[in-house]
Every structure is written in C-alpha cells, then in structure tokens.
Design a protein around this ligand. Structure first.
Ligand SMILES: Nc1ncnc2c1ncn2[C@@H]1O[C@H](COP(=O)(O)OP(=O)(O)OP(=O)(O)O)[C@@H](O)[C@H]1O
Length: 223
C-alpha cells in the first residue's frame, strides 16, 4: 500500500458490548488496503461476525472509529437470508432501486455484474432453481451492480460443498483483482487462505496476528 493512500477499511480501538454487558470487541484495530482480498479468522465466538456487522453499519460500536469506503456490500453465510426476488435478474436489479436509474442502465448494470460472476446465462432463472454456490454468486453480483468498493463476506462457503467452496473463493479473488475492490472474508477454512493477500487472526475480540497468509496458516496449524 502506498503511504498516502487511504485504506479501504480502517478500524481503530473498536469496542462493542451486547446489551447484557458482555464484551465482544475490545480495542480492536485493523486496516485493509484498497484493491486487496483479506480474510478474518478466529475461534468460535471471537467476534468475527460482530466485527463484520459493525463494519456494515448493522450494529453501532460502544467506542472507537470505523472508516470504510462506501458503498459497502454484505454477503451472508446463508444466501436464502439475502435473496428476495423471484428471479436472478430481478434480485440483482432490486439493489439498484434507490439509485433511480433508467431501465436501460439498470439492465446494463445487472448484465455486467452477472457476467463478472459468470452467471449471465442464468438471468431469467428462478432463485429456487439455483445451487448454493450460484446463490452466493448472485448475492455478490448484487453488490457489484451497486458498484460496491468494499465487499464483506461472512463465512460465504460454510454451506457449500467442497468444489463450490473453492469455486467461490477463486471467483472473489478474480473479482478483487479485476475490479480493484476490497474484500474481507470470514472463514474457518485454512485452505481458503491460499487465495487472499493477507489475514487477521481474532482472539477474544482483538487482532492478535495479521499479515502474510502462509505465516498465519503455520501459526494456526502449529497450535
Ligand atoms: N445477538 C446477540 N446477543 C447477544 N450475544 C450475541 C449475539 N450475537 C452473538 N453473540 C455473542 O457474541 C460473541 C461473538 O459472536 P460472533 O458471532 O461475532 O463470533 P464469531 O467469531 O463470528 O463466531 P463463529 O465463528 O462461531 O461464527 C459470542 O459469544 C456470541 O454468543
């Protein structure tokens, strides 16, 4: 990252408690450069999903700062919680409603986004007739159509079979490189680390290791 370039995501001293007072994040800090693909790992309950929700503005922090380049796209673990329209094309277009674009521009954005995730031929297909991996790619296309600068993905491969898992991570790798967006991907799968530029290890709500994916992998396999 060049010295004067702003990171796509910058988190400083972030703290978050649940209403019952349970602390989830305490002085959590991290930065993700523009145009890079980073992963977030950590044991169950270490605060990964909570951090992603704070980054997306779905939760409000107790203290600390979040700077994130808008627009931000979010991909949930279960795409059935995210896809709301009856067909592929309509679902991707749904995210553009607020922009009040003319129909021809909507069609163009939808087609471009579907093409980028290699699903343009499925534009007219009903959502129920898609595989889990295809559904995740539609959710990603929705974010791309909105011209998201940052893509947050919360264990997007958790419900996929092994082949589809690798297809999805390769697809996101390609998108990040081609579109120069930033992606932060939560995972428990160490083999996915092979596709990213760097990773963070979260423990009890703070980053305890970060950087080169192989080094992180070694640390996680030796413990
Ligand atoms: N809505 C909620 N209300 C209260 N506590 C919650 C809520 N959601 C999560 N928690 C708790 O917050 C802590 C952090 O949860 P979070 O889902 O962020 O962890 P995680 O690292 O993503 O875990 P996993 O790998 O299991 O998905 C956990 O102890 C969890 O039980």
């Amino acid at each position: 990252m060049s010295l004067n370039q702003q990171p796509a995501i910058a988190v400083r001293d972030l703290c978050f408690n649940w209403p019952d007072g349970t602390s989830v994040l305490s002085s959590c800090s991290l930065e993700v450069p523009k145009g890079e693909f980073w992963m977030l790992l950590g044991t169950n309950g270490s605060g990964k999903s909570t951090l992603l929700r704070l980054l997306a503005g779905l939760l409000a922090p107790k203290s600390g700062q979040i700077e994130i380049q808008p627009p931000v796209g979010f991909v949930f673990q279960n795409p059935d919680h995210q896809l709301v329209m009856p067909t592929v094309g309509a679902d991707v277009a749904f995210g553009l409603v607020e922009e009040k674009l003319p129909p021809v521009s909507i069609r163009q954005r939808v087609d471009e986004a579907l093409d980028l995730v290699n699903l343009l031929p499925l534009r007219g297909r009903p959502i129920y007739a898609l595989s889990g991996g295809q559904k995740q790619r539609i959710a990603i296309a929705g974010a791309i159509a909105r011209r998201c600068e940052v893509l947050l993905l919360d264990e997007p491969t958790a419900l996929l079979d092994p082949d589809s898992q690798l297809d999805l991570v390769r697809q996101v790798r390609q998108l990040v490189t081609r579109q120069q967006i930033c992606a932060l991907w939560v995972t428990h799968r160490l083999d996915e680390l092979d596709y990213c530029d760097g990773g963070f290890l979260l423990e009890r709500g703070r980053v305890v290791a970060q950087g080169e994916p192989n080094r992180l992998k070694q640390r996680l396999t030796s413990t």
